[in-house]
Design a protein around this ligand. Sequence first.
Ligand code: XMP
Length: 512
Amino acid sequence: MRETVAVFDFGSQYAQLIARRIRELGVYCEIVRHDISSAKLAALKPVAIVLSGGPSSVLEDGPPAMDAGIITLDIPILGICYGMQLLAKMQKGSVEKGTQGEYGPAQIEILKGGGIFSEMGSHLDVWMSHGDHVTEPPEGFEVLACTTSCSVAAMGDPRRKIYGVQFHPEVAHTPRGMELLRNFLYSIARCRGGWTMEKFIEESVASIRERVKESRVICALSGGIDSAVVAALLDRAVGKQMKAVFVDNGLLRANEVEEIRSIFSEDYPMDVTIADARTRFLDALEGVIDPEKKRKAIGETFIDVFRDETAHIEKAEFLAQGTLYPDVIESRSAHGGPSAMIKSHHNVGGLPEDLDFKLLEPLRELFKDEVRRLGRELGLPERLLSRQPFPGPGLAVRIIGEITEENLATLRHADMIVREEMENYERYEDIWQSFAVLLPVKSVGVMGDERTYAKVVALRVVSSMDGMTADWVKLPHELLGRISSRIINEVKGVNRVCYDISSKPPGTIEWE
Ligand code: XMP
């Protein structure tokens, strides 16, 4: 059985970050609901438990709790922030509301080194974010660290291997947080480690082969990273039994189809069927203006095309999907969470649910950054792995109004200029998405001696962690100016460029 750490989710925005950090340290971990029963947890056989922080207060009525039996399972526990306060409260320590909270950078004084603070000196810069604090640790616990305003910044019961820290070791603002987590995992919980992408590939290949046997697997490539990594993994596992299909819906960015063709013939040779369905999608979108109706028309056409393309494939029993771990956690989470919306997007132009396939979801244990690492390990080229997310309905959600061939050509050209200029921007890596949107308004302009009356293009450039919230990027004025003048000069039918300076929320990243 795989060595697993259980991360209890008490509703913290950092629960996933904790999980990623643990995996970065070479130990596989899973996020579990905070109210998981001790029997269910025991079945997972975790080698250690980490309790996340959370927005609640243990001093409220009915705060998120955990099964008290878990503390007696003899599994090392590290409670972070709310997790530490809960450990204190459950074991009869005392927790109080502070006169003022502690938010932001702080320095702790380590009163007792060794253990989780092994080789970390006497003082540590940390990140705090709490209102309540532990004033008296439970019996058997020692105070390990304090700050000027928090008398118990860390506590521990070395005999039972239960620890609590008030600060957040998982965030980058706690510069030596990873060392603390490493100490907990390797010195206290005695983890063996060894969770690597190489190991993941080995395990996945074996389990895919065992499930698929002699059957065939169909993999719908979207042009994005996730589906490409799924295809590469399947290629490694079952070779020619996998059929990759890429649907050209005519709503793609400039040169997209050529790029897919070249990636899968030159960089990573694989048999990919490219289905030219441009006319079918354009026909389905004729006269459609309403954004929801557009998405629906695209989704339905996708299913029809997909069905036609795969009907003749014998023994096609499986459909492979690029579901990621955040989607899986979402469907189990006690708190709801950010991935809910992304998931509804995925249904658009995604899985044809009424088709009679068994699902293969080989990435369902991975975070996005791990998928990139996996892609690299499998030999997929950087030009694919560094791609920005692109919505399933493609340029259709970036043309406000009717989708016509002319509008598509205009947007594609403007978008290509954005892409070219942005790819040369020195901070391109900080950008989540950068693209053009074609607006249905015309405005008056003057070019040479002539009055023009032409379309407006909006430029959208955002930074984001996961697409759920986003900020518009303060691009250098010279770059904005260059993009604007290139679009106005080079794209026929456009005489004005606007920069979208709305963040999400309240705006969304796409315009439709
Ligand atoms: P919004 O516009 O909701 O987008 O702020 C959030 C992220 O999701 C992408 N997106 C989609 N992805 N199918 C997809 O696969 C869709 O229908 C879809 N709509 C939006 C968007 O590009 C952004 O990254």
